[in-house]
Design a binder for this molecule. Structure first.
Ligand SMILES: Cc1ncc(COP(=O)(O)O)c(C=O)c1O
Length: 308
């Protein structure tokens, strides 16, 4: 059911030959159609822990297009759990039939048996507060809580398994960053000779602290904060056209929220001689391809080219 023999695919582009850079991408997106990339890695030990605790309900948080919501619903179904998604945006509840018809992420999660509770943006901000969680326990009974984006210690433990001994030959490991769990796992799994570079998909300088909470003392990592395209979920024509042309040239699909921004950043850095000649770089494909449809709906409304 899960394809854990993911391989490193070499990327061939003229700019890489010109700059003598060996660029590879770990195809974690191929692990499973719905629980792909870092989602499998983050959920694995959490669901095992929920089983160990004999809890039957998994409750988690996310936005209406969240990869994590879709993957948790699918993983919950496979693992025999009831799943509850606390979704940001109470306005969505006013027109639920229409939302479920038009939002592929929520429609899919619902088809996997996930129940939703739509909360206001203000309530959503309280998602870590005891009072808020206590109310949810009163409503749903005892549940196993997975935080937004799926990041906690067990998720980081799972993400440490992304890299294998064979990957020690790479000088750089690159990952998209949302909540910081995936890159923390990568930092914990690399050798001192390697550098980890994170590409935040959102604006703001709070991520370094989050990453440090979960990663070992290691100074061989940094974030490239210039490739978020305006913030979380934001995009422009240049990004969409990059994603389409990259797929055409390499056959590799990228999503517009995370991996597309990261690969754009890496190619931009290669072009600007940010990597020494002869460097070997490994990109982690963290999946997220289910998010393409939501962005394509937005592109259609704006009369822009769609992601192919
Ligand atoms: C496809 C994809 N890539 C990367 C990330 C970033 O992972 P993290 O939240 O662990 O930083 C996410 C979000 O969780 C994601 O959905």
């Amino acid at each position: 059911m899960f394809n854990l023999n993911t391989y490193n695919q070499q990327i061939n582009l003229p700019i890489l030959d010109e700059k003598e850079i060996g660029l590879f991408i770990k195809r974690e997106d191929l692990i499973h159609p719905s629980i792909s990339g870092n989602k499998y890695r983050k959920l694995k030990y959490n669901l095992l822990e929920a089983k160990r605790l004999k809890l039957e309900i998994i409750l988690t948080f996310g936005g209406a297009y969240s990869n994590h919501i879709a993957a948790t619903a699918a993983a919950g179904k496979i693992g025999g759990f009831k799943t509850i998604g606390i979704i940001r945006g109470d306005e969505l509840a006013n027109d639920l039939d229409n939302v479920l018809e038009n939002n592929k992420t929520l429609k899919f999660a619902n088809s996997q048996g996930m129940d939703f509770k739509f909360v206001s943006r203000e309530d959503y901000r309280n998602k870590k507060e005891e009072v808020f969680l206590k109310k949810l326990k009163e409503e749903y009974g005892n549940f196993y809580l997975i935080p937004e984006g799926g990041t906690n210690e067990l998720a980081v433990k799972g993400c440490q398994e992304i890299l294998t001994a064979e990957d020690e030959k790479f000088d750089y490991i690159c990952s998209a960053v949302g909540t910081g769990g995936t890159i923390a796992g990568l930092i914990n799994a690399t050798t001192k000779a390697q550098k980890v570079i994170g590409f935040p998909a959102l604006k703001g300088n709070f991520l370094e602290g989050e990453i440090r909470k979960f990663s070992k003392e290691n100074n061989f990592w940094h974030l490239e904060n210039e490739y978020h395209f305006g913030g979380y979920g934001k995009f422009n024509e240049e990004l969409i056209s990059f994603i389409n042309s990259f797929k055409e040239k390499t056959t590799i699909p990228l999503d517009p929220i995370y991996t597309g921004k990261m690969v754009y950043g890496i190619i931009n850095m290669v072009s600007n001689d940010k990597f020494q000649r002869g460097s070997k770089i490994l990109i982690i494909h963290t999946g997220g391809l289910q998010g393409i449809e939501g962005i394509n709906q937005k592109l259609k409304r704006r009369n822009m080219d769609l992601i192919q």
